[in-house]
Design a protein around this ligand. Structure first.
Ligand code: ARG
Length: 569
């Protein structure tokens, strides 16, 4: 438990003892302060609010509360004017915390509260025949991180790449391929070659509008399951996924399923029929829609006037398929903020169909936009920045820095990959997901400050201390950890499990990024101000144990946001 919470409980108990029957309705934890100088205590509780409720002077209350507190194993309390100052039993706190962490260091912060529950995570969800650009980074990395966080808390996770693989554009692409394409070009050029075909189609269609009909006819063939159309279409998909898997490999991201929109194409009838039966479909300009005016939303389009389904229809089909197949307790959609209305409409339609679980089980995990060195991606002229290029460049730059800083490092390439890719991931998961991100090289690859390399570097520092310490056999003397710097490290270690839970509750990976960065900073401060391997064996043992705990928890934190932890760099 976080120390602050424990102290608040002690205050609460003291109030009950000193003033039985009084319920002041006060949140003690929110009132607890951290004095500017630790000589005044580790925490201070101001008695002014209580004084109003009890109609008594604050100094008097502070004295009575102090007298009611008898928890020497946790803290002592001293009344000073209207304040109750708490001095932690720092030795006990150190011992307690480190023993708990070291009992199962890799599992510190994990839990089983998710046991028996399933979460479906829909993320990355790329579009066929389009290349990954850096706009896809957030959905991919937030989704990957959430998958790890939920898993760490015992949930059964199902990760789904809901591919954008349905729509008339694929008919046009096949049409273009049949007319002007060839196999080798597409095999070699991958997604770029397919894009080129698509562009060509539009150029030619300007001159020859008849092509549009041919394109539509090819899409109809896909819909009807024509073998030739399906063969080309599936091959396009394979080529796209082969390109994408290079990026996924670099990022260390995997999926359980690649079931995209086309997978639901023959599963939409059930939804449409049920909507009809329940009287929810109305006609509007020949199209079938669900009216959502009571919810202040535009109608949700279900069938176009030609009877074909849309993105939303397939998302509805996917929801029921996932519910029936995985029996999820939660289904998360890690998709850009721009699709906010789409998801609100779709979720509301499910609720209107009589499924109350839609309200809290279906969650749109929205995020802001990514821009690159001050330029937004949509307005960027000329060359679009692709994710694999960004990653390659990050690795190159990391390699250059490593060559300069540690020319004798053995596996430079490998470390450069971990650091370069890590820097990109870190900058993506550094702030609340809804904030827009502006990616700058200088910032991302800086070894000081809030960056991926900085946290990784702290990890290697811990590893290096552990190597130098060798085998430690002495019993730790926790009185070596009474100083403010060690205590701050300990507090951050102690609260890490709560940070993990908060990240899960709010679907905010940055909470882990922040917790891990704070821990790294606190440890570095400790490292600069204390000589870890000097002194009595028991003192050394305690400081080494602190280092070991930090090492493990940083590694866990990095893992949870999807980063690797090199042991040297
Ligand atoms: N492919 C879509 C896009 O790039 C994202 C799909 C998100 N998932 C979903 N179930 N709608 O915009």
């Amino acid at each position: 438990m976080e120390m602050k919470t424990l102290i608040a409980q002690i205050v609460d108990a003291a109030v009950r003892t000193a003033y039985p029957g009084v319920d002041a309705g006060i949140n003690y934890e929110a009132l607890l302060e951290v004095p500017p100088d630790s000589k005044l205590g580790d925490f201070a509780f101001p008695c002014f609010k209580l004084s109003k409720a009890l109609r008594m002077g604050p100094p008097m209350i502070a004295q009575k509360l102090a007298a009611a507190i008898d928890r020497p194993e946790v803290c002592t309390a001293q009344p000073v004017n209207g304040y109750l100052n708490f001095f932690l039993n720092r030795g006990n706190f150190a011992k307690d915390t480190l023993q708990k962490v070291m009992a199962a260091p890799e599992r510190w912060g994990s839990g089983n509260e998710g046991e028996g529950k399933t979460v479906v995570l829909d993320y990355s969800s790329i579009n066929i025949a389009k290349r990954f650009h850096i706009g896809h980074l957030s959905t991919t990395m937030i989704g990957n991180s959430l998958c790890r966080i939920y898993g760490f808390l015992g949930w059964h996770t199902v990760s789904v790449n809901h591919l954008g693989d349905w729509g008339t554009q694929f008919g046009k692409m096949i049409c273009a391929y049949k007319k002007w394409g060839n196999k080798e070009e597409v095999e070699k050029g991958g997604v770029d070659a397919m894009t080129a075909l698509y562009v060509r189609f539009h150029e030619e269609a300007e001159k020859n509008p008849e092509l549009e009909n041919e394109g539509r006819a090819w899409f109809k063939k896909i819909e009807d399951g024509d073998p030739e159309a399906l063969e080309i279409f599936n091959w396009f998909k394979d080529v796209t996924l082969k390109d994408a898997s290079r990026v996924y490999d670099k990022l260390g991201v995997q999926f359980d399923y690649y079931t995209g929109e086309s997978f639901y194409h023959d599963k939409t009838d059930r939804v449409v029929n049920e909507l009809k039966e329940k009287g929810l479909l109305t006609e509007s300009d020949g199209a079938q829609v669900v009216d959502l005016s009571d919810d202040n939303m535009p109608p949700c389009l279900i069938l176009k006037s030609d009877g074909t389904t849309i993105y939303a229809t397939r998302d509805l089909a996917a929801i029921f398929y996932r519910k029936d197949t995985f029996h999820f307790d939660k289904c998360l959609y890690v998709v850009a903020y721009q699709q906010d209305l789409h998801f609100r409409q779709v979720f509301r339609v499910v609720e209107k169909m009589g499924y109350p679980w839609a309200k809290d089980q279906l969650v749109h995990v929205a995020f802001g936009m990514v821009s690159y060195e001050g330029q937004s991606l949509s307005t960027r002229k000329g060359h679009v920045l692709y994710l694999d290029e960004l990653l390659d460049r990050a690795v190159e730059k990391a390699l250059a820095i490593i060559e300069e800083k540690s020319p004798n490092l053995e596996n430079k390439e490998e470390v450069a990959r971990q650091v370069g890719v890590g820097a990109v991931i870190y900058s993506d998961l550094q702030n609340s997901r809804i904030k827009d991100i502006d990616f700058w090289w200088d910032r991302a690859l800086n070894f000081d400050g809030d960056t991926g390399p900085y946290v990784q570097y702290t990890y290697t520092r811990c590893c290096s201390v552990m190597r130098k310490a060798g085998e430690v056999t002495a019993q730790p003397d926790y009185n070596a950890l009474l100083d403010d710097e060690a205590q701050l490290v300990l507090r951050l270690l102690a609260r890490f499990p709560e940070d993990v839970r908060a990240a899960c509750r709010t679907n905010e990976p940055f909470m882990i990024t922040r917790a891990t960065t704070d821990l790294a900073k606190a440890y570095n401060k400790y490292y600069y101000e204390h000589r870890i391997l000097d002194g009595e064996p028991g003192e050394i043992a305690a400081r080494v144990q602190l280092t070991d705990a930090v090492r493990q928890v940083i590694k866990t934190g990095l893992y949870l946001i999807g980063m690797e932890a090199p042991e040297r760099m």
